[in-house]
Design a protein around this ligand. Sequence first.
Ligand code: ADP
Ligand code: SF4
Length: 689
Amino acid sequence: MRDPNYDILFEPMQIGPVTAKNRFYQVPHCNGGGYRDPSAAAEMRGIKAEGGWGVIFTEQCEMHHTSEITPFIELRLWEDKDIPQLRRMSEKMKEHGALAGIQLAYSGINGPNLYTKEVPLAPSALPIRTFTNDPVQARALSRTEIKDLRRWFVNAAKRSRKAGFDLICLYGAHGFGIFQHFLSRATNQRSDEYGGSLENRSRFVNEVIADMRDTVGDTMGITLRVSLDETIGDLGFSNAEVRDFIEMNKDLPDLWDLAQGTWEDCSGPSRFKEEAAQEQLVRGIHELTDKPIVGVGRFTSPDVMARMVKSGTLDFIGCARPSIADPFLPKKVEEGRIEDIRECIGCNICITGDMTMSISRCTQNPTFMEEWRKGWHPEKMNAKGDSDNVLVIGSGPAGLEAAWALCRRGYNVAVAEARDVIGGRVTRERTLPGLSAWGRVVDYRDYQLSQRPDVEIYRASPLTAEDVMEFGFQNVAIATGATWRRDGVSRQHVVPMPIDAKAKVYTPDDLMDGTVPGGNVVIYDDDHYYMGGVLAELLAKQGAKVTLITPSAFVSDWTNNTLEQATIHARLDEMGVDIVLNRGVTEIHTDHVVSNCVYTGKTRAYEADAVVMVASRTGNDGLYHDLMARQDDWADAGIRSVKLFGDAEAAGPIAWATYAGHRYARELDGDDIGDDLPFRREITELATE
Ligand code: ADP
Ligand code: SF4
């Protein structure tokens, strides 16, 4: 059972008038569903309740219509009409004894109000600060309007109570909440009693918390989320000033929720940030206050969690991503099943759901946000269907996830892998700079499969259609991955580009297989996710003179969605990589490439002893097509189904592969749903006119 070392994580603790059953605290996190997919979001929180979290929060909830962050999809509490969907969420959160928390956000200088068309209100008149540089400015709140805003918070608190919540978190972190906008000299340039000294800048939050205490403080705990450092230099709300603020306002909230910097700082990917990265910034704050503290740091290790509490650094272990990757983390610690924890890999794919206003995915947990839509539970599989066995070909993330999910359904599973190591692309990519934590995708599944009597893994076993026909498995799952193209076909070129036959052109696969060119190396990145930037690091580290040419305006453009684009640019620049933006490559010769401006078409040459082509990938679907060509012989061979999925079907990020593998396993032997939608959704109820 439970290791006594972790007992401290299971001690109850009071937050104002309410008590959390343990120290596992799911801090607010977005999910890309929000108000558009309320039942999907509610069920996702409910699964965390079942998984043992002591405190579970919503994502940010816009508390008044005069401040909203369209196009991003969060929650809304603008009128009583919004209460039922929030109540559904709080009820799910409380089903297993967790405290239900709602994060109230007034976005101020961060809310462009593109939907409500209201003029944004902020402490001082400045342009709106968003990811998209919206051409909109806020005007300064008048004193009367500050009173209005205080009342709106009270109204929201009353509605939150009606909606069944136990805790309210006032958002003032990440540059996103008005409390930070008042506290920071960067965004508060007022000369009245709300601006200037720290005492004055603290006035607004003091007033709001006092108002709320009067209204709901007897039954609800009030927490305040601020960043440990605004990370914008002297003008910002620095770590030193945060400490002064907490010391001056010791008992202000019922709990201090200490996030960090901007969202990019707080949710740093594993490529750039270790577990517990904020430890130095939070250490010692406990001595300044009698109120409990929650802090984050992509905590996945119960040893680190216990150390945080034992050392008096934190009282609660705040988790967003670790609770997404494994909603059952607390239960597994409690039951002494540490090795079953599915650790977050810090890839930030979950965040891309919010950034692209779609619905989130998780690389490690393919059931995330499918709990209601598809009825997928992270720990329970549907019962086995008619057939009994499956041959999975390929042990990348798609094949391994399929095998792991299939054996839990009760199938006998054999996995055949051509190479002598399992893991496919993950095993190869984990050796690249900064990507070692991604290896957890394989390690977790490798260990879990090794514990199963009903799974056999055959390494160094490249299979042909002939082999498959002879084996006689009832179901054949083909997850044979994809290969990087050498001919430049991607977005700029939809057909191969002119390449001199003698030019040295390498693909990411070549580099991962150990061929790393030196001298002047041009990386042509028309893929735009992490690979081009990571290979630039690899090459620069090994002494090459690297020029990264991309048709995009940003290096590793799509990583804007994983919150790491700016860090990647800075890293490459520091390493001496020459970053060439808005330019393509149109010809490759033995000693140079011809590059074109994407706007004018004007060309110029760049010296290149070698070119690394980060373009697109081709599915390894030969085996699949060979088998399909022999469909008439399947019955004699005992084959009932053959399915292609993962990168072999259509290449994408690793999260797409684990999802595809999981989906294959869930749907095997399932009913034919015909033309029906393969998931549930909610649509807006029409007004009566
Ligand atoms: P995905 O991301 O879809 O899981 P990967 O490329 O990571 O794809 O993994 C595919 C795996 O399949 C690789 O490890 C590759 O060696 C293996 N593989 C490819 N073709 C065969 C084959 N014919 N027989 C066995 N294994 C194969
Ligand atoms: Fe962690 Fe990646 Fe899952 Fe997000 S998507 S929770 S970062 S594993």
